[in-house]
Write a new protein. Structure first.
Length: 395
């Protein structure tokens, strides 16, 4: 007779449900957090039987999560500057919704000092150990249904860069999603794949955009075919159709995340990043192939995708430093009532980006801000944020 004690909801919250596979939680978690193993019922569902879906970023948020850059070994002389960028971004977001910043306990006081003055909504600093600022990738990806919400832990493994020049410490980041969900009492789903939030872009209506290079990659999901990865995405995120584009592996730390390339502004409507002058030819080829595929694709409801191109700045004019500088306006972030987008110092391109995003989001204010140090690390505003959606009402 098996005398192993049955885990309880309280014990799962205490330990953050760390390293507990989803299938083992069926008797413990409510229906709102369980994706059944049976192919016939492979989608996570709420207690009312509604499919839990990854919502559109334009849906209303409860809060935004961010993370305090922790390591001198990663940022070196830029550490203070990138912290100022993060604090300024947190302040701008706080004009529209609450912000929670994760920080190591020994760094929390500094984070509170940088972020603490002048906020509109609260900026809370939560003492959870982390390694870097890219919470889009290591934080939970949320799914929701009427009256229910859960967080999907996508098993962050440092972008699969162990043993490569891109490697940086990630053990604390890998554990943060479970700890964060436990802190807020949100049920945790452990994804049946390895990936990052920046590799997932949805319209909230059952369609997902993704790059093959960042998900069907042996550095994340060894031995898994594209079909197997696709089924894992569908079952854990409530997705009906995945539109794949090739991307490009091995040329940046993320292996070409979709959130720097193509974004939904509404069901059937996609913003496509168009490289500006001076961008390397390989990235121009990625854009061209992505445009070709999206131009002939339909979404989960059969709609042809309408594409709006978002031209990038002239690399000769921007204030950036180094090859890894992310000069993408497409890595913007949508909050309650606003769209936050970088400005790079190319006045014409900055203005065009603002106009395009304002037209795509007529009911929101477009806020442009400098993020040069964040961008020098290869990321952007979207990479540095993760939204917790409001629980949809029960109709």
């Amino acid at each position: 007779m098996d005398t192993t004690p049955t885990p309880t909801r309280r014990s799962l919250l205490k330990f953050g449900a760390a390293a507990v596979p989803l299938a083992a939680l069926g008797a413990v978690l409510p229906a709102s957090a369980f994706a059944a193993a049976s192919p016939a019922t492979s989608e996570a569902t709420s207690a009312a039987g509604d499919v839990l879906r990854m919502p559109a970023e334009t849906d209303r948020h409860t809060r935004t999560f961010m993370a305090w850059p922790a390591l001198y070994s990663v940022w070196r002389s830029d550490l203070s500057a990138v912290r100022r960028d993060i604090a300024n971004l947190a302040y701008e977001i706080s004009r529209f919704e609450p912000v929670v910043v994760l920080a190591r306990p020994g760094q929390a006081a500094d984070a509170r000092y940088y972020c603490g003055s002048g906020a509109y909504y609260a900026i809370d600093v939560l003492e959870i150990a982390n390694d870097d600022l890219w919470i889009r990738d290591f934080g939970p990806t949320f799914v929701a249904a009427p009256g229910a919400i859960a967080g999907v832990d996508t098993n962050f493994n440092g972008w699969g860069k162990t043993g490569t020049p891109y490697y940086q410490p990630f053990a604390n980041d890998a554990a943060a999603a479970a700890t964060l969900l436990a802190e807020y009492g949100v049920d945790r789903i452990r994804a049946p794949f390895v990936g990052e939030g920046g590799s997932l872009e949805t319209d909230g209506d059952g369609t997902l955009l993704a790059t093959v290079s960042s998900l069907v990659n042996p550095n994340r999901n060894p031995g898994k075919s594209r079909d197997q990865v696709e089924q894992a995405l569908k079952s854990s995120l409530g997705i009906d159709k995945v539109v794949w584009v090739p991307g490009l592996a091995g040329q940046d730390i993320t292996d070409c995340h979709i959130d720097c390339l193509a974004r939904f502004t509404a069901p059937g409507k996609v913003i496509l990043d168009k490289p500006g002058p001076g961008v390397e030819a390989r990235w121009v080829a990625v854009y061209q192939e992505t445009k070709r595929i999206l131009s002939t694709s339909t979404d989960a409801r059969g709609r042809r995708l309408q594409i709006t191109e978002l031209p990038g700045p002239d690399r000769a004019l921007i204030r950036g430093r180094g090859r890894d500088f992310l000069s993408s306006y497409t890595n913007y972030y949508t909050v309650n009532g606003a769209v936050l987008v970088p400005q790079f110092g190319d006045g014409r391109a900055d203005g065009v980006a603002r106009a395009i995003l304002q037209a795509a989001h007529p009911d929101r204010r477009v806020v442009q801000l400098d993020i040069d140090t964040i961008a020098s690390g290869g990321g952007g505003i979207h990479c540095a944020t993760q939204s917790q959606p409001a629980v949809p009402p029960v109709l």
